[in-house]
Design a protein around this ligand. Structure first.
Ligand SMILES: C[S@@+](CC[C@H](N)C(=O)[O-])C[C@H]1O[C@@H](n2cnc3c(N)ncnc32)[C@H](O)[C@@H]1O
Length: 297
């Protein structure tokens, strides 16, 4: 009788082309470790077809090209793991760079004598950025993070993630959740924020053909796309809100597309924001840092 490991090896050989198309760069070793670690299977156990519905689900999922994170309902981000499913975008590695920069900014603000700090995460999805900040905040200055999303379903999952991670969160941090539109800013009439973080939708619909089919088929369109004809106006409203709600010493860290970020920086500049672009690990301009005018630190 075949072991699970042997069955997986044969599955991999038989389906190599399909697997490479749907999971670019995937190796047999990665699949083995996914099964062993995420799904907690002993690879030396006998493989009896149909005996374990979770295994059937795993192999059927691979045949459909479902992202491994959605199958496992878990994704690793920064220094913790999150529950994910099709309600939310799978957090990406490059977003960890945004967290790193935003955390440094937050710690510096805390040491500048503020008595409390206000942060907002616009388009929180799984809660990845808000929770990374809440977990890794090292200061004692009271911090409130408001996490906002237009999708009520995403926000439900983000709140569940916060609950799962409650013992890892800084005791000096309070999390607030708000279902709403980051262009309307109805969650705070007049409040200013020391730090605004966001990984908003930033792909133009006309760019869909450049997007991997796995993303197109399985990840939520609301998280990804903006209509071409609305793109500039969307960001004009977005930046206007940021400009209105950022404190004098505050910073905004926004993730974006390398195709559009330089143009968006010009737009933000016209609205009175001071801008700086930051590159990702692959040397592409992927982050826009903004503040109200004054010298950058
Ligand atoms: C690219 S995802 C980012 C998710 C998460 N912050 C991350 O980095 O993994 C964008 C998120 O913005 C939300 N969103 C889209 N339009 C929005 C709007 N107008 N107001 C608030 N949230 C919005 C989507 O539902 C989605 O969760």
């Amino acid at each position: 009788m075949e072991t699970l490991k042997q069955y997986l090896n044969h599955f991999y050989e038989r389906n190599q082309d399909h697997l490479q198309r749907w999971y670019p760069g995937i190796s047999l070793h990665r699949l083995q470790s996914e099964l062993a670690q995420y799904f907690i299977f002993d690879l030396q156990q006998a493989f009896i077809p149909g005996a374990d519905p979770r295994l059937a689900h795993f192999f059927a999922g691979l045949e459909k090209g479902i992202p491994l994170e959605y199958m496992a309902e878990e994704a690793f981000f920064y220094n913790f793991s999150l529950r994910v499913d099709r309600r939310v975008l799978i957090p990406r590695k490059e977003t960890e760079l945004l967290v790193e920069g935003a955390l440094a900014s937050l710690h510096q603000l805390a040491r500048q004598g503020e008595t409390s700090l206000q942060v907002v995460d616009l388009g929180t999805g799984s809660g990845a950025i808000a929770l990374a900040l809440a977990i890794n905040y090292q200061e004692t200055v009271p911090l409130t993070i408001t996490a906002v999303d237009l999708s009520a379903q995403a926000l439900t999952l983000a709140r569940q993630n916060a609950s799962r991670l409650r013992y890892a969160l800084s005791p000096h941090c309070t999390l607030r959740w708000h279902c709403g539109d980051c262009l309307e800013w109805d969650f705070s009439q007049a409040q200013k924020f020391n730090l605004i973080v966001s990984n908003p939708p930033y792909i133009r619909e006309s760019e869909k053909e450049t997007i991997h089919p796995q993303v197109l088929r399985y990840e939520p369109p609301l998280a990804l796309f903006l209509k071409d004809e609305e793109y500039e106006e969307w960001y004009r409203r977005f930046f206007t809100q940021i400009q209105t709600h950022l404190t004098d010493c505050g910073e905004a860290w926004i993730e974006g597309s390398e195709n559009h970020l330089a143009g968006l920086a010009v737009l933000a500049g016209k609205l009175g924001l001071q801008t700086k672009l930051k590159r990702d690990y692959t040397d592409r301009e992927r982050f826009l840092i903004m503040k109200v005018p004054g010298p950058f630190r």
